[in-house]
Ligand binder design. Structure first.
Ligand SMILES: C[S@@+](CC[C@H](N)C(=O)[O-])C[C@H]1O[C@@H](n2cnc3c(N)ncnc32)[C@H](O)[C@@H]1O
Length: 289
């Protein structure tokens, strides 16, 4: 790959998906795109770049998707799901008692392990029985969304993070594979969505999980996404980020929740109508236990 081809691909990927590649990632681009070029009947990256310059589909989307990292697993990092069960859901059960409805957005949901982990937590949370709980799973990649919709996982995938009791309770074995039961699958709606584009049409949410995707973006992109997300979260809602991600030092659209690592709330001092309610997590969690 020539330096000019690499520069083109860096710019192309940043514009299309936000992926911010440093100047030394040629090996990564080659390892992901050479197989794709071959599949498209092209001799190499140079010819692939020429095709991309003329904007042909589906090659453009295929290149963007090939460069995404889709690594995920059930109950990844555990702590966010402990927060969900012990703090977020108990507080929301009280705060939304009259509405009896919740909306949860899993942005960058990959192959579904994250939104389905959320769905299993919701299902296990007895106080939510009879509530309308919408879980919206979005991702840039159509391919991962298709896998997520099917809810079918290999033995290896269900062995990563999923407690055995949950496997027995919520999955059905199909040969060597495992499929999530229809009642859990039906709790999750899937939509293709690029976080670089407008997402206000999704409406407002009580909880947003946006984990392990912002790490791939540059600072300005993160700032813009935090800003737009803060407008879609209820004033007492919660944003959960990945273990290597934070708003601190990047944006003042959110503030960290004290004593709940990885959780953030809209910054009431900045929000319209300052003084928005903030859920006292510890007090509410204790009261509902
Ligand atoms: C590493 S996975 C994280 C999955 C899950 N959130 C987790 O933490 O386990 C990152 C996901 O972000 C998606 N992604 C990358 N760029 C995106 C963008 N601009 N808009 C939406 N999704 C994107 C990828 O397709 C991939 O599925």
């Amino acid at each position: 790959m020539t330096p000019l081809d690499y520069e083109f691909l860096r710019r192309f990927l940043k514009e299309r998906s936000g992926l911010d590649l440093s100047s030394d990632k040629q090996y990564l681009v080659e390892s992901r795109l050479i197989p794709l070029a071959r599949k498209a009947g092209l001799p190499g990256i140079g010819e692939l770049v020429q095709k991309l310059k003329s904007g042909v589909e589906p090659l453009t989307s295929e290149v963007v998707e090939a460069m995404t990292t889709n690594e995920t697993f059930f109950f990844r990092d555990k702590i966010p799901f402990d927060h969900l069960k012990e703090a977020i859901l108990p507080a929301l059960v009280q705060a939304r008692a009259s509405r009896r409805a919740l909306r949860i957005w899993c942005a960058a949901s990959s192959t579904g392990q994250e939104p389905y982990s959320i769905a299993m937590c919701v299902k296990e949370f007895a106080a939510l029985a009879g509530w309308r709980v919408e879980i919206v799973a979005t991702d840039l990649s159509q391919e991962v969304l298709e896998k997520s919709k099917a809810g079918i996982y290999s033995q290896f995938e269900v062995q990563r993070g999923l407690p055995i009791q949950m496997l027995v309770k919520y999955f059905k074995q199909i040969g060597k594979l495992w499929q999530l039961n229809a009642d859990i699958r039906s709790m999750v709606q899937h939509r293709q969505l690029n976080l670089l584009q407008d997402f206000s049409h999704l409406g407002t949410f009580d909880v947003i999980f946006c984990r392990n995707v912002l790490i791939y973006f540059d600072q300005n992109t993160k700032v813009a996404i935090f800003e737009r997300m803060s407008k879609m979260l209820e004033s007492d809602g919660v944003l959960a980020l990945g273990a290597a991600e934070s708003v601190v030092g990047i944006s003042d659209a959110f503030k960290p929740y004290p004593e709940r690592r990885g959780l953030y709330r809209p910054n009431a001092a900045r929000a319209q109508g300052a003084g928005a309610a903030v859920m006292p997590f510890r007090a509410v969690a204790a009261a509902t236990r």
